[in-house]
Design a protein around this ligand. Structure first.
Ligand code: N01
Length: 517
């Protein structure tokens, strides 16, 4: 069925950690007015209902083919078209291909031996069955404590006979403060939705907030703690990050927040040894994506919930009865892998993509992804990527990022078609410059030094690179618009009758303008 991430990630507790009235499409003012979000942070079923509503309302289903996996895409340089093969045998020829394959859609298993021998059930959070998974009376294990595990753990604990959490690296978990939305607050935002959507488009990360102006080290401890307490009480994913300017750029500033979160863990978790195991010490705050939780730390006070530290007692194997670590065997009925994804590049490299002169994308990206603007890779003409590597994608509210990229791509295709052009391809030197720019922006932050899925470090053998554009969605939008305005600099635009690059027509950067023709 349709829904992408929100189809597959139907694990218990799955919900968005960006506020629902922000995390929604902005392209239709009518849609904005008619949809009624129920909670501050929407659940997976609610978001899936919304996606279905959008598909019906805009009559999209007629253009959607389900139960079909694209397995191969080969560029025919003579015909200037892509030949797509699928696992159903259906073949498709297309001039333009847009990979909207997801930045978090290739699940990663823990690669622990023996999973096939387990006599109970194993489920990955990102491939959760459509039918109910019963936990009542069961001994359950969760492996992984990233954002998915953090959401699932309290809900599973509420049902299971026992829950054992296998943790390799503790996360910084902030309270979501989720609640039902009041009709009055929905109406108040709807009354100013057009301005709100415009502010989102112009924002750094696709959410609207007042940017900080001071360093965390400029103020005294009491003032800092008061600011952190206020952010903690508000319950925003990036609330603590936005208190001061240098949380992501200065280790000392960052440590003040990290220690604040640890103090919250110590004051919530009754057992000091468990509190210490749950306290992150090995990476700065927010250099891995922070998590929003509901009763996450409180769950470890329940008598039937146990924490296993995989740093001191690693998993040796999964056995027919459960999980064996170096510390002993845990008998189990259900194992949940909350072990994440091959992020940002996994879904594209899963397709066998063959570009000009038989070069594959896997070969081209052997040392890490290369592209111009995070949109097109040299040698793979007319193949666009949405939310792919080297774009702001996972550092932003992706509903805003994906609309920006879709608008850019649509305008580009309009330009090509309107000028008798058949191809757009990236210039290798522009790719090199873009890669350097993305790396330089990341180098201003604490991100690159940390092993995370942002740097590809969670997948063995994946080339290490910071995979997202850290300069902000506002700046990225300006850079993309400038490239188009200046005649698609860094790209070659050509027609099948001879290479020729034409300047782009004047265009309004306001997407509203284009939408209304
Ligand atoms: O995955 P993760 P996730 N043995 O990679 C552990 C988005 N999301 O699915 O840190 C033992 O963050 C791993 O340990 P370590 C969001 O962008 C969005 O939770 O590598 N443990 C880690 O603890 C999020 O960031 C929403 O040491 C193993 C965990 O598994 C992204 O999805 C909600 C292991 C994986 O954490 C991914 O989150 C939920 C092994 N072999 C998620 N392998 C929204 O609301 C891995 N781990 C939008």
């Amino acid at each position: 069925d349709i829904g992408g991430t929100w189809y597959w990630n139907r694990y218990p507790g799955a919900r968005c950690d960006i506020e629902s009235m922000s995390y929604s499409y902005s392209f239709s003012p009518e849609l904005d007015q008619e949809w009624e979000w129920g909670e501050r942070y929407a659940t997976q079923p609610e978001i899936l209902r919304y996606v279905h509503h959008v598909a019906d309302r805009f009559d999209l289903r007629k253009d959607i083919v389900l139960r079909t996996r694209v397995t191969r895409a080969v560029y025919d340089g003579d015909d200037h078209r892509w030949q797509l093969s699928t696992d159903t045998g259906r073949a498709v020829t297309a001039r333009f291909v847009i990979l909207a394959t997801g930045c978090m859609s290739t699940p990663k298993d823990p690669a622990v031996p023996g999973a096939d021998s387990f006599t109970g059930a194993i489920h990955h959070t990102a491939r959760w069955p459509r039918k109910d998974v019963p936990f009542a009376g069961k001994r359950v294990a969760v492996i992984g404590t990233g954002c998915s595990g953090v959401q699932a753990i309290p809900v599973i604990a509420g049902e299971a006979a026992s829950l054992t959490v296998f943790q390799r690296t503790p996360a910084y978990v902030l309270p979501a403060r989720n609640r039902p939305l009041q009709a009055t607050e929905r109406a108040a935002l709807k009354a100013r939705y057009p301005e709100f959507r415009q502010a989102q488009r112009c924002s750094r990360g696709g959410t609207v907030f007042t940017p900080p102006t001071r360093s965390a080290l400029e103020v005294d401890e009491a003032e800092r703690t008061a600011a952190y307490e206020a952010a903690w009480d508000e319950g925003f994913l990036n609330g603590l990050l936005r208190t001061y300017t240098d949380i992501l750029t200065d280790e000392k500033a960052n440590e003040t927040v990290a220690e604040f979160v640890r103090s919250k863990i110590r004051s919530t978790v009754n057992d000091p040894a468990t509190a210490e195991l749950l306290s992150p010490h090995t990476f700065p705050f927010a250099t891995k994506r922070p998590c929003l939780g509901t009763n996450y730390y409180e769950t470890y006070n329940l008598p039937h919930v146990a924490l296993v530290d995989l740093r001191t007692t690693p998993i040796e194997r999964i056995t027919p009865r459960g999980i064996r670590t170096s510390g002993g065997e845990h008998d189990l009925d259900v194992i949940v892998f909350a072990t994440g994804f091959d992020a940002l590049t996994g879904s594209q490299l899963a397709i066998d993509i063959v570009g000009r002169e038989g070069v594959t994308l896997r070969e081209r990206w052997a040392d890490g992804p290369r592209n111009h603007l995070g949109l097109v890779s040299a040698g793979f003409p007319n193949l666009f990527t949405v939310l792919g590597p080297l774009s702001p994608s996972v550092l932003t509210n992706i509903t805003v990022s994906l609309e920006q990229q879709v608008e850019w791509i649509t305008t580009c295709i309009d330009h090509l078609l309107g000028n008798g052009l058949t191809e757009i391809d990236a210039i290798p030197s522009a790719e090199t410059a873009w890669g350097a720019r993305v790396a330089e922006l990341a180098a201003r932050t604490l991100y690159p030094a940390v092993d995370s899925w942002y740097t590809g470090a969670n997948v063995p053998g994946k080339p290490r690179a910071f995979l997202a554009y850290a300069g902000g969605l506002d700046r990225y939008r300006e850079e993309c618009d400038a490239v188009a305005r200046d005649g698609y600099t860094g790209f070659v635009l050509s027609s099948s009758t001879g290479g020729r690059s034409l300047p782009a027509p004047d265009r309004c950067t306001d997407p509203q303008h284009r939408r209304h023709g």
